[in-house]
Design a protein around this ligand. Sequence first.
Ligand SMILES: [Zn+2]
Length: 500
Amino acid sequence: MTVDLIRDQVRKCLYELETDSRLVRAGLKTEAQSAAILERYRDLQSLRTLDFLLQVQEQTQIPRERERSRRLYYTCLSLHLYGHVAPLSDSLDTRLAQTEVLMDGNPVNYFDLPILIEREESAIVREDLDRQRLQVVEDTNDVRLQMLREVLACLQEHLHHSSYLEYCRAKKKVDYGKLAAALEPAISKLEGLYRKHMGNWLARHDLGELGRIPECHVHYLLALRPLDKGGTLPLERIVGGALQAIGLPLSSFPNIHLDPQERPQKNPRACCYSLSVPDEIHLITKPTGSLVDFNTFLHESGHAFHYACTGADLDFEFKKLAPSYALTETYAFLLQKLSCEPAWLEAFLGVDRRDTRTISYYTILSDLYLFMRYTAKFSYETGLFGQASGSLAAARNLYQETLTNRTGFLFSPADYLNDVDEELYSADYLRAWIGERQLAQHLRRELGENWPCRAQTGSVLKALWSRGDQEEVEDLLGSLGFAPWDAEPLISWYRDSLEG
Ligand SMILES: [Zn+2]
């Protein structure tokens, strides 16, 4: 066993797993086969390999080399945990893909329900659709619970981690208690602003008051359909033009493979796969012709550019094995939020000034809702993951209470395992939410107010992206003069945009 051999196997294993997932998401393949792939790479997941990598890490004196072996170790550890649940996970995905509910006598696929809910004009029908969705979730929760129990038991018995939370802390080197404490003042400063503007939004649609309305209705608002003037927007041309304007013409990145094709089985959510960094990046979209297409397409292109511009000569561990996703999500949020800028909307969407202000306002209010929702998810997930495997009984209530109290929408306890991100991804997102506004402030200082439309923006970003995933977002922004988790730029952006 050598480190070089393990690294090579990790590269191949991840490539196969992600390709399998990409083909399923793109609608080019029906069933996920991650269990079969993991079976072929059993050695990588063995306790012997993990012990070997731990030893290597302990014996390495040079910090950069130590970090490389640390990343390899945690990747093999993730694969080990995944190996425990992959057969269950594959069968759950296949079962859900085949599950249909009846709406007015017509069969509807489970995965299409969220899209139908956000497009549905009638509040009564929305609630009916969501009831059906929740029933499917409830019927399959035993599988989710079994997967979680297996992971927790494995961490405790084989890997000496007292809890899942402790495992995430060790892997990502984040003190979640400190992160929670840093978020607290931001939440209390934003709470009043959020409740006032969200309350007005609900009233405008006769949807009742916060604290009394089921969560499914917020998806209808977030889709911004009432703002759509109808017709299909030429998404690729508009996004292409906007990226060209900031010096990032998609056509000059042959390593970014764009897949906008319409296929019936294609997952409606856009996504990005960094199969081989920086050589083979896939950007998958399924445009619906609505305004939110811009958000998601731009978000995923942020990931795509980050990986496509990563320095080819960096070590594999610094190109592909980031312990957390906070940095790449920061870049994704940065491009996504171009579509919050009125000047950008006016230049690229071709709508008049009054409409740009309205679209910008609701896009930012949607973003504030999601931020509040993620702060609640983070606090629920730290509660859930902080426990030992035996005591999950109180989790259903904790989920419902935490999400409902923070957002003002009534959440169902049925989603308590379905609405959970692996490895505390919710915390990565929150770090990116804060980091993105710091980065935007940096671009404003360097390039002026008009940075979302300037060609130099691309050059500044390319220089950052070339650093790949060597640093965590706090270190990278620290090198630009920002204090970690300083949420002031984010808070003042929400305040100025919504109240101004
Ligand atoms: Zn993302």
